[in-house]
Ligand binder design. Structure first.
Ligand code: C5P
Length: 217
């Protein structure tokens, strides 16, 4: 039995990496597996939410009852999220969005035998979470901060910079790619370390915390 702490709430969530094309067959991506985001989508659905999962390229099946929108690049993810953000009650940005995309992506496959080493020019991607957080009347926003050190200081700084009520900190040596994770929640009340556990158990705890903060308990 799962208490329906998010009954009827509309949840929008991003997960996975993005893929930024260099040419039709190559690109820049990262090692996000999507597992944490998918676990949260599943937990929120089990808690009664109506869940839309905007997913970068991952090797995972959508959890039962979750609407999945597949995207590839950060710009695709940005468009898919902005089209749905104003009708969501809660937005959780779990995706590891590339900070930069290739400005001069090639229409045809780059060839080694033409004109030396290619120069890859980068341009900054939009910050999806900060943009949703800045919407008047937007959803309750939750971010993730994957850090390799100084978790509390960096996570709280990120929370204030993006103007979001809740950020989930994780030390990347604990989480990326694995089944288990170690999470600390940071909000206006301070820090709430969760007991290290499976991503699915942590997802349920995070959903409960969000339900409390949004008063739907
Ligand atoms: O700024 P940084 O990438 O460290 O922040 C991480 C948080 O911001 C995550 O919740 C991530 O999903 C979100 N983010 C985003 N769009 C970006 C970069 C990060 O939504 N372009």
């Amino acid at each position: 039995f799962v208490p329906k702490v998010l009954a009827g709430r509309r949840l929008l969530i991003t997960a996975g990496p993005t893929f930024e094309a260099i040419d039709p067959v190559r690109g820049i991506t990262n090692l996000s597996s999507g597992r944490m985001g998918y676990a949260i989508a599943r937990a929120a659905r089990q808690a009664g939410a109506e869940v839309t999962l905007v997913s970068g390229p991952v090797a995972l099946a959508a959890p039962p009852g979750v609407e999945r929108i597949d995207v590839r690049s950060a710009l695709d993810m940005h468009a898919a999220v902005m089209a749905r953000a104003t009708t969501a009650d809660i937005f959780i940005a779990v995706a590891a969005v590339a900070d930069y995309r290739v400005a001069n992506a090639a229409e045809h496959k780059l060839k080694k035998d033409h004109g030396g080493v290619p120069a890859i020019e980068l341009v900054e991607n939009p910050d999806i979470l900060a943009e949703v957080a800045a919407l008047a009347d937007g959803p309750f926003c939750v971010g993730f901060a994957a850090e390799s050190q100084n978790l509390e200081a960096y996570a709280q700084a990120k929370r204030h910079k993006k103007k979001i009520p809740l950020i989930v900190g994780n030390l990347i040596q604990d989480g990326f790619g694995g089944d288990d994770n170690r999470l600390v929640l940071f909000d206006d009340q301070g820090s709430h370390p969760l007991t290290p556990a499976s991503k699915s158990a942590l997802a349920t705890q995070l959903v409960d915390h969000i339900a409390k903060l949004t008063g739907s308990h």
